[in-house]
Write a protein that binds this ligand. Structure first.
Ligand code: NDP
Length: 446
């Protein structure tokens, strides 16, 4: 980092959070883009915006005791990191996964602040979750866990304060249990969570939003080189919410998605993956992706998920988890002629992978820009809840498309202002930062 002031701040963040590698990675990635902003606009440094931005507003950690089906009492740890509410109420998902820790929560909360800023909607940044693993748990265990989690969390959230959503391990089922418990504790029926079921004030198109939004964004990226998705070969990692709807929309727009994965391995279907079969296995049966070859015998299954990046493709979309695409995988994609990498998961690529991708001249988009469709439709769910009204699927989808185009425009314009027209990562960081920083400046020393 060349700017002395930012370097100093980053060193102090390292000292104060020595074991938080994910958080440090997120801060370093954003600060690298902000060097030129700090130089062009010294007012931000004078107002200590950088120091304030890397310190969450508050971090809530709590015990989550629950009883398993055998009558044993189990204990997990719950988190809510309310990172920044300069532009609106805190907003960000809840993740239930054994790898959840404070560093991951802070990294994702920090990223969320920028992503939400880019969406153009009035939402601040937060993230939360638990090291609870819903895999292999019964319905009753998941419900009791969610009820215990909300019994503590409800003190800190509210429709104008903090509005959590789902993330890995937290889908419609978990949101339903969390919402039910919140309602029971407060006696209030309002939009305290998003990703709710349609019968109880959820938004149409929320399920599809992140995956569809990713593809709308990729379409804008391809437009910049006068190309379309039609006829392109795509590889999409993961087979959860983001991956499935990215595959559905990419297929609808004429791309051929040849591979998808889960944490066990990946499938390759030269004819193009049948997304209905993936939805059946993953959404209905909660099964493993290896089962796909039972339905499509010409497809192949390979153990180990990282191998997916060794496949030849035009477009690669990591949609599974953070740091899933490293430099070795990036090198293989480049060697095999891949032309575009767009992140569907948060912080999908490691920093050395991003450096390689950019050096090779591929089109690249960071998750905070290309996966912002999910949180954007969550914000539209908040709007509908406040209005006590519901928009049709088509209305929400049309707004989503406009929002994704808007994000692309903002990132490109900011990149151009600093003479780095094709660098979407840089442009996204700069555009997002300036909006949050200006809001913080306007609100004084808070
Ligand atoms: P899900 O839990 O629905 O799905 C995650 C998928 O990724 C599963 O198929 C999982 O497989 C797979 N997976 C996990 N680890 C690996 C790995 N190392 N290699 C290959 N596959 C893996 O999560 P979502 O689809 O909701 O979210 C995916 C990512 O996108 C996360 O980073 C999330 O934060 C981000 N995101 C999600 C949004 C949303 O609206 N859902 C919005 C914005 C970002 P398995 O079943 O074996 O674990």
């Amino acid at each position: 980092m060349e700017n002395e002031r930012l370097k100093e701040i980053y060193e102090s963040v390292k000292k104060r959070n020595p074991l938080e590698s994910e958080f440090l990675q997120a801060v370093s990635e954003v600060f690298t883009s902000l060097i030129v902003v700090a130089e062009k606009y010294p007012m931000y440094a004078r107002a200590a915006i950088f120091e304030r931005l890397v310190e969450p507003d508050r971090m809530i950690m709590f015990r989550v005791p629950w009883m398993d089906d055998m009558g044993n009492i189990r204990v997990n740890r719950g988190y809510r990191v309310q990172f920044n509410n300069a532009i609106g109420p805190y907003k960000g998902g809840l993740r239930f996964h054994p790898m959840v820790n404070l560093s991951v929560m802070k990294a994702l909360g920090f990223e969320q602040t920028f992503k939400n800023s880019l969406s153009g909607l009035p939402i601040g940044g937060a993230k939360g979750g638990s090291d609870f693993d819903p895999k292999g748990k019964s319905e009753g265990e998941v419900m009791r866990f969610c009820q215990s989690f909300m019994t503590e969390l409800f003190k800190y959230v509210g429709p104008d304060e903090d509005v959590p959503a789902g993330d890995q391990g937290v889908g419609a089922r978990e949101i339903g249990y969390l919402f039910g418990q919140y309602k029971r504790l407060t006696g209030q029926f309002h939009g305290v969570l998003t990703g709710k079921g349609i019968p109880y004030s959820g938004s149409l198109a929320r399920t599809e939003a992140t995956g569809y939004g990713l593809i709308y964004f990729v379409r804008e990226m391809l437009k910049s080189i006068d190309e379309t998705l039609y006829g392109k070969t795509a590889v999409i990692s993961g087979s959860g919410n983001v991956a499935i709807y990215a595959a559905v929309k990419a297929t609808a727009l004429g791309a051929c998605v040849v591979a998808m994965s889960d944490s066990g391995g990946y499938i390759y279907d030269e004819q193009g993956i049948d997304t209905d079969t993936i939805r059946l296995i993953k959404e209905k049966q909660r099964g493993r992706i290896s089962e796909y070859i039972k339905y499509r015998p010409k497809a192949k299954y390979f153990e180990g998920s990282a191998g997916i990046w060794g496949l030849k493709c035009d477009l690669a979309m990591p949609c599974a988890t953070q740091n899933e695409l490293n430099a070795e995988s990036a090198a293989k994609l480049i060697e095999n002629g891949c032309r575009l990498i767009a992140e569907g998961s948060n912080m999908s690529c490691t920093q050395d992978a991003i450096a390689l991708i950019k050096k090779a001249g591929l089109l690249y988009s960071p998750g905070k820009a290309s996966n912002a469709g999910g949180v954007s439709v969550s914000a539209l769910e908040m709007t509908q809840n406040s209005m006590r009204y519901s928009w049709s699927f088509e209305e929400v989808d049309a707004k989503l498309e406009e929002i994704m185009k808007g994000i692309y425009k903002k990132a490109t314009a900011a990149a151009k202002e600093f003479g780095r027209a094709t660098d979407l990562e840089f442009g996204a960081n700069v555009a997002a930062f300036i909006k949050v920083a200006d809001a913080m400046m306007a609100q004084g020393c808070v």
